[in-house]
Design a protein around this ligand. Structure first.
Ligand SMILES: Cc1cc2nc3c(=O)[nH]c(=O)nc-3n(C[C@H](O)[C@H](O)[C@H](O)COP(=O)(O)O)c2cc1C
Length: 180
């Protein structure tokens, strides 16, 4: 699919909308040809250290965690609502056991500025380089955060990804553009 560069803030409301509704696709790699995708439902975009940052939260049990630790980069890809089942698959099977690109007939395109690929079938892409990481501190969680989030431990690691590049499919569906 043809893509065009965008300012990273251009489709943020749509990105958040889809993150809430369907989930986004976080792609990563081991840098030696093994690519992976996982679904994410949590994430923050903002400015830190004067840099645009996409912060994602990944549990240590995820294969993706290992891959980001290795290459120190990732991409966040915004799927259309039609890819809901793909997101669901990528959010329930581990890439340790299968090639999710192949299984879901998705196309990995080389990142422009990072080792991780993008998922071509998605509408918006953010290429990110890890500039900081931090773990959720159990004792610092407010009492109103439901314990069920961490009943098995497995506290998220927060990966702060500087957005190095953002681009969009040239043919965005009107329904996507109008999403708020
Ligand atoms: C909609 C959705 C959102 C998810 N969000 C997250 C998330 O933000 N962080 C996380 O660690 N796991 C999240 N998951 C779970 C992972 O996507 C799932 O465990 C996945 O199979 C991990 O793949 P991997 O082992 O190949 O990395 C989510 C799952 C779904 C279905």
């Amino acid at each position: 699919m043809d893509k065009r560069d965008i300012v990273y803030t251009r489709y943020l409301s749509q990105t958040f909308h889809n993150m809430r509704q369907t989930g986004l696709l976080l792609a990563s790699t081991d840098g030696k040809g093994k690519n992976n995708i996982m679904a994410i439902g949590w994430g923050v975009v903002g400015i830190i250290w004067r840099k645009p940052v996409f912060m994602v939260l990944v549990r240590p049990s995820r294969f993706t965690y290992q891959l980001i630790e290795t290459t120190k980069d990732f991409t966040v890809n915004v799927p259309s609502q039609e890819l809901e089942e793909v997101v669901s698959f990528c959010g329930s099977i581990s890439g340790r056991r299968c090639d999710k690109f192949k299984e879901q007939k998705l196309t990995a395109i080389e990142g422009k500025k990072v080792k991780s690929p993008i998922v071509d079938e998605c509408l918006i892409h953010y290429e990110c380089r890890v500039i900081h990481k931090n773990d959720v501190v159990p004792s610092e969680l407010a009492p109103d955060i439901p314990p069920m989030f961490y009943s098995g431990g497995n506290y998220h690691r927060l990966f702060f990804g500087q957005i190095l590049s953002a681009y969009a499919s040239v043919k965005l569906p009107p329904s996507f553009i109008s999403e708020r």
